[in-house]
Structures are given as structure tokens and as C-alpha cells.
Design a protein around this ligand. Sequence first.
Ligand code: FES
Length: 82
Amino acid sequence: MDQRIEIVICLGSSCFSRGNKATVRLIDDWLKQHGLREKVNYRGNHCFSSCDKGPVLKIADTEHYHVSAEKAIDILREYFRL
Ligand code: FES
């Protein structure tokens, strides 16, 4: 069983056009910089059906809403205590 932490970024058209297009790469770079890329299962997904609260980012079982690129990094820092 995959024990890695699941990080899922919404790549549905609404979230994609409202910021996740850039955030998807930023998160990947941040994970690599901190040696976490192999410890997580980072992937994109289609619409979470929460477009009105997008951009959406899910870490473990928690969905985060209105996630700008800057906020995404803050959420990751807090989650990984870095
Ligand atoms: S496109 Fe992201 S929640 Fe719908």
C-alpha cells in the first residue's frame, strides 16, 4: 500500500485558469527543493466540484480553498513544519 502523503491539485478548467496553472509547477519545485518529492504522491485531478471556492488544493484528506501560489507554499510549510 502506498504510504506517501497525497497532495492533489485541482486542474479543472476553473482552478487551472485562476492560478493552479502556475501553482502546479511551483509546488513540484518546492517539494523537490525540500527533498519531499519521493515522500508524497503529488498529482493533478479534474474538478473537485468546488469551483466557487477555487483554486483548490488537497493535502492528505484536507481540502484547501482560494489557494493562491503564495498560500499553497504557506500551507505546505505548515503541513511539513518547515
Ligand atoms: S475546477 Fe477546481 S473545483 Fe472545479
